[in-house]
Write a protein that binds this ligand. Structure first.
Ligand code: BG6
Length: 514
């Protein structure tokens, strides 16, 4: 491997404006740019976190003038203005100022001349907008372009760092499609980039409630003493969506729910829930602990401990929802899974013997991402008429979205002459305590990249560890001889009945979505 020199740059404290830089978005004419990246940059501008000296260059294959590109973004921002991403009237001053700093460069991602033009444009921006020499290259493109773009950036000398000049590359998911391809992509990126220059994006980590998992655990003293195999019966991690495949069949047919959600989003939640306290809050200390958890996951038996499912026609909110195979662009006999359920174990001192049940799916009954920590039952019942098994165990639910907060479930006496116990909830809602700034989730991550804080980005070892866990499932499902079943579930339901069996043997059950 070629030795790439990375220069340590001074860390900028959180909350301060990011330092002067140019951001280059590859895939600027695409959906991600207009739906999430531009709104995020606008929100950063509005909250005075975007660099004072900033410029954005959009690169894409489409021929377009600067004016046409700005118009395209302006239309999009106005069309989304009532979205949750804004929820306030568009601040024309900030938006107008940002728009002036945006330009467009048409070019083929594979052509060397695109990068020569980019080099010229970066110099021009540096003069016009005082952006200096720092640059973020954001790859908002299909995964097949990642390696080639970075090779070209390298060949053109665009990612070479020097004192006073940082160069960072943000890579969207999917990072590879199995262990081997993820390793190959890493190796390809590392030909031109040092690991600290690579910011592997997992937008779940930009969500406040996801970051709160660590705070909840390590900034309070009441949870951590109970956070282990002595007190916890099992953990359930749910990422359920109501939307189906929508217009993304081209991507989804070859990706499926497992690759799309599990090694990245769902495993990040697993790692944050199960990690040991880090030695400090530095990026590497946290990422070391998260990777250790993933490395401790026991090899999954795909045949017995996983369920894949696909939605068929069903009802949602009184509307008929297509089955997956009827969706536009989906093969009539598609075997792509839209649901994954799995049981796994973390082989370490803290979690030995505690099952973790994970599930994610599209077209389900409710949009709901949450983590359920189910505690053990009390050792004996003091209440004459109530057997221990009849006592509902305590549970803590970390609610990530859309209902943001946490709930603690415990038993309380039902008023009356008898001693009988009812389950009650102690509920915390973010909105009751904190003003929720409109956000796409990308603000934090783009800002962190600009200030050089990689804590919320995936390191290569953690990406590989994630793929390693799901590899047996990929192999088993792809093996025609193994005839791995594809369960079906009605759109608008809690998922396939087969997934219940993952828990039932041990007398457990999934938390209902509705
Ligand atoms: C993306 C997946 O990474 O995350 C999508 O590709 C999924 O399929 C999305 O819908 C979920 O993200 P969020 O923020 O809407 O929960």
């Amino acid at each position: 491997m070629v030795q790439v020199t990375h220069i340590e740059h001074e860390a900028i404290p959180h909350g301060q404006r990011a330092p002067a830089c140019t951001m280059v978005i590859f895939g600027a004419a695409g959906d991600l740019t207009k739906r999430l990246l531009i709104p995020a940059l606008y929100n950063l501008a509005r909250t005075d976190l975007l660099p004072e000296n900033f410029a954005l260059i959009g690169v894409d294959r489409l021929e377009m003038t600067n004016e046409a590109f700005r118009q395209h973004l302006d239309d999009a921002v106005r069309a989304f203005a009532s979205d949750k991403h804004y929820s306030q009237a568009l601040d024309e001053t900030h938006w107008g100022e940002l728009l002036q700093r945006i330009s467009y460069l048409p070019g083929d991602f594979g052509a060397a001349e695109t990068y020569q033009h980019l080099q010229e444009r970066l110099t021009q921006e540096s003069v016009e907008h005082g952006t200096g020499d720092n640059a973020v290259f954001y790859l908002a493109v299909a995964a097949r372009f990642f390696g080639g773009i970075v090779d070209q950036l390298g060949a053109a000398g665009l990612v070479t760092e020097a004192p006073g000049r940082w160069r960072r590359v943000v890579v969207e998911k999917p990072f590879g499609h199995d262990v081997e391809s993820a390793k190959a992509l890493n190796a390809q990126l590392r030909r031109n980039l040092a690991e600290p220059q690579i910011y592997r994006m997992d937008h779940f980590l930009g969500k406040e409630t996801v970051q709160n998992i660590m705070l909840m655990r390590f900034a309070n003293s009441i949870f951590e003493p109970l956070w282990n195999r002595d007190h916890i019966d099992h953990v359930q991690i749910t990422v359920a969506e109501t939307v189906g495949v929508e217009s993304r069949a081209g991507f989804y047919e070859t990706t499926g729910a497992l690759r799309d959600m599990v090694p990245n989003h769902v495993f990040q939640l697993l790692a944050l829930t199960a990690m040991e306290p880090p030695a400090s809050f530095s990026a590497d200390a946290i990422r070391n602990e998260k990777t250790k958890v993933l490395n401790a996951v026991h090899p999954v038996n795909a045949a017995t401990d996983t369920v894949r499912g696909q939605y068929n026609v069903g009802q949602h909110d009184g509307h008929l929802h297509n089955g997956y195979r009827e969706e536009a662009g989906v093969a009539a006999l598609s075997m792509t899974e839209t649901y994954v359920g799995m049981k796994l174990g973390v082989d370490n001192w803290r979690w030995s013997g505690v099952p973790f049940y994970l599930r994610t799916g599209k077209a389900m009954a409710k949009r709901c991402s949450e983590i359920l920590i189910q505690f053990k039952r009390p050792p004996l019942s003091l209440f004459r008429d109530t057997a221990t098994e009849a006592l509902t165990p305590n549970a803590l639910v970390l609610k990530l979205q859309p209902d943001e907060g946490a709930a603690l479930m415990f038993g309380a006496k039902i008023p009356g002459p008898n001693i009988s116990i009812g389950q009650v909830h102690m509920d915390f809602h973010y909105k009751d305590y904190f003003q929720n700034a409109p956000s796409t989730g990308y603000e934090t991550l783009i800002y962190d990249c600009m200030i050089g804080d990689a804590t919320l980005f995936q390191r290569s070892d953690s990406v590989i560890a994630g793929w390693r866990i799901v590899q047996p499932l990929l192999d088993f499902w792809a093996d025609a001889d193994a005839k791995a079943p594809l369960a079906s579930y009605p759109a608008g339901s809690d998922g396939p009945a087969e997934a219940d069996a993952l828990l039932q043997d041990s007398g457990r059950s999934w938390k209902r979505l509705v």
